[in-house]
Design a protein around this ligand. Structure first.
Ligand code: TUI
Length: 308
C-alpha cells in the first residue's frame, strides 16, 4: 500500500507505532520497523543519556526507518530535540504541546516532523510551521488525550490541511485502518494494540489487563488537572475518578497520587497504585502476538476492505 506517508517515511506500510512514554523502547520500536511499519522510541521524561542509548540500540537492531516521540511537557524536551538531530534520527513525532519552536532546526537537519494534534486549530498551525504530516489523535487514545473523537477529528483535519494526515485513537485492526482511510487518513498510528505484543517490554500484569479488558474497562481521569488521561479501569483509577467527581481528592492530591504512577504500572505491574494508560479499543484485543503478525493482520484486513 503506497500513500504519501509511506513515501515520506520510506516505510513499507503506513503504520506508525504510538510513542508511549515508559513503554516504547528500542525493542518494540525495532520490531515494528522490522515488520514494515515505523517504530518509535518514546522520550517521555527519560534522561538524555538513556535515550541516546535507546536510539543507538534501535539503529543496531533495524536498518529500516524509526523515530522518536518527544513529550513536550518533559523538562528534557529541549535536549531531546537536539539529540534527535545529533543522532540523525529520521522521524520525530511530538505530543502534549506545540513543537513550533523546534521545527526550523529539525527541517534544516532533514528530520521528518509529525506533530500529534488533538484539534484542527493546532493542525493548521503545525502545517504553517512546516510540519511534514500530522497525527490527528482522537480521544479514544490511551494516555493524555484531547476531547474530539477520531471519527469527528480526522475528516476535519484532512479537509483543513494539504499535508498528509495519520489517524490515531481506537484503531487496532484492519477495520479500524480501513475506516480511517475512508475518513481521508493516509496512515494510522497504533499504540494500544502493540501493548499486547511479544516484543513490548511492559510488565506481564499490564499485558494481561489489556488482553482481559472488556469494552467498558476504560476510564478517563484527571480532567480537572488540565491533563486528562485514559487508563484501564483498575480499582486505583476508579478511586481517582470518584475522588475527582465527589471533590474528595483535590487536584494537588491527585498530582501527588499519580506522580510515578505510569512507571509503577509499566515496570512493577502495580495494580494498587499504578496508572495503566491504555486506549479505549483494549476490549477488542484478546491475544499477545509478535509485532510482525499484528501488522500483517491489520494490513491484510484493511486491504481486503479497501478493495471492495
Ligand atoms: O501526548 C500524548 N499522549 C500522552 S503524553 C503522556 S505523558 C503525560 N502524562 C501525564 C500528563 C501529561 C502527559 C501520556 N500520553 N498524545 C498526543 C497529544 N497531544 N494528546 C493531546 C495533545 C495535545 C494537547 C494540547 C497537544 C497539544 C496541546 O496544546 C498545544 C498548545 O499549546 O496549543
Amino acid at each position: 500500500m503506497k500513500t504519501r506517508i509511506t513515501e515520506l517515511l520510506g516505510c513499507q506500510y503506513p503504520i506508525i507505532q504510538g510513542g508511549m512514554a515508559w513503554v516504547a523502547e528500542h525493542t518494540l520500536a525495532a520490531a515494528v520497523s522490522n515488520a514494515g511499519g515505523v517504530g518509535l522510541i518514546a522520550g517521555g521524561n527519560a534522561p538524555i543519556d538513556y535515550l541516546r542509548e535507546q536510539i543507538r540500540l534501535c539503529k543496531a537492531a533495524t536498518d529500516n526507518p524509526f523515530g522518536v516521540n518527544i513529550m513536550l511537557m518533559s523538562p528534557n524536551a529541549d535536549d531531546l530535540a537536539q539529540l534527535v538531530i545529533d543522532e540523525g534520527v529520521k522521524v520525530v513525532t511530538t505530543g502534549a504541546g506545540n513543537p513550533g519552536k523546534y521545527i526550523p532546526a529539525w527541517k534544516e537537519a532533514g528530520v521528518k516532523v509529525i506533530p500529534v494534534v488533538p484539534s484542527v486549530a493546532l493542525a493548521k498551525r503545525m502545517e504553517r510551521a512546516g510540519a511534514d504530516a500530522v497525527v490527528a489523535e482522537g480521544t479514544e487514545s490511551g494516555g493524555h488525550i484531547g476531547e474530539n473523537t477520531t471519527m469527528c477529528l480526522v475528516p476535519q483535519v484532512v479537509d483543513a490541511l494539504e499535508i498528509p494526515v495519520i489517524a490515531a485513537g481506537g484503531i487496532a485492526d484492519g477495520r479500524g485502518m480501513a475506516a480511517a482511510f475512508m475518513l481521508g487518513a493516509e496512515g494510522v498510528q497504533i499504540g494500544t494494540r502493540f501493548l499486547a505484543s511479544e516484543e513490548c517490554q511492559i510488565h506481564p500484569t499490564f499485558k494481561e489487563l489489556v488482553v482481559k479488558a472488556k469494552d467498558t474497562d476504560n476510564i478517563v481521569t484527571g480532567r480537572y488537572t488540565g491533563h486528562p488521561c485514559r487508563n484501564i479501569k483498575t480499582k486505583f483509577a476508579k478511586q481517582l475518578a470518584n475522588g475527582e467527581k465527589e471533590g474528595t481528592i483535590s487536584p494537588e492530591e491527585f498530582e501527588k497520587l499519580t506522580v510515578g504512577a505510569l512507571r509503577r504500572a509499566v515496570v512493577d505491574g502495580d495494580v494498587e497504585s499504578g496508572s495503566f494508560l491504555c486506549g479505549a479499543i483494549s476490549g477488542m484485543i484478546n491475544d499477545i502476538k509478535p509485532c510482525k503478525d499484528i501488522i500483517e493482520d491489520i494490513m491484510t484486513g484493511a486491504e481486503k476492505l479497501l478493495a471492495k
